[in-house]
Design a protein around this ligand. Structure first.
Ligand code: HEC
Length: 149
């Protein structure tokens, strides 16, 4: 209990500018963890909407998790995290306005996808999932992610 309150206290005392002070390799590791989590929920959604697994009661949870992870996109590319074991392209830091606009578009594509899923029609959701993959993950990766080494 003591440990938990100490942790909460540290959280409260953390200055807002902290993100700048993260070690680059830690920022990259964290970013990749977030991307893997995004991939996990996206794949789970795809398995469900293509009726390969019968867990449609879990759809909403996966969509909400995806939305929460997407809300973090504008924070996982801090200054200085462009060197090291990363496939992120320099273009992210060269033109932050353009990158932020891409993030916004990819979040809007997720909202559109979520609205289709909420209607509860699996085959409609399956085609929306393909569209979402192209418009959101795909278009950002095309501009900002190097091919995996
Ligand atoms: C706004 C841009 C953006 C969006 C949207 C985005 N990604 Fe990424 N993603 C990146 C970048 C940039 C990297 C490279 C990160 C690095 O290597 O530091 C990446 C890396 C990854 C990786 C590799 C992680 C690793 O361990 O190296 C996976 C998997 C991934 N993305 C999946 C997805 C999926 C699935 C979606 C859509 C549901 C998605 N991403 C949406 C920009 C994005």
């Amino acid at each position: 209990m003591k440990k938990i309150s100490l942790f909460l206290l540290c959280l409260l005392l953390t200055p807002v500018g902290m993100a700048q002070d993260i070690e680059p390799e830690d920022a990259i590791k964290y970013r990749k963890a977030i991307m893997s989590a995004i991939k996990g929920h996206n794949n789970a959604i795809r398995s469900i909407v293509s009726s390969k697994v019968p867990f449609s009661n879990r759809l909403n949870d996966h969509v909400m998790s995806l939305q929460q992870l997407y809300a973090e996109l504008d924070q996982i590319f801090p200054e200085g995290s462009d060197f090291g074991k990363t496939n992120a392209k320099e273009a992210i830091w060269d033109d932050p306005d353009k990158f932020n606009a891409t993030i916004k578009k990819s979040q809007e594509a997720l909202d559109t996808f979520a609205a289709v899923i909420a209607k509860g029609n699996l085959s409609e959701s399956a085609s929306a999932a393909k569209k979402f993959g192209k418009e959101s993950c795909g278009s950002c990766h095309k501009l900002y992610k190097k091919k995996d080494n």
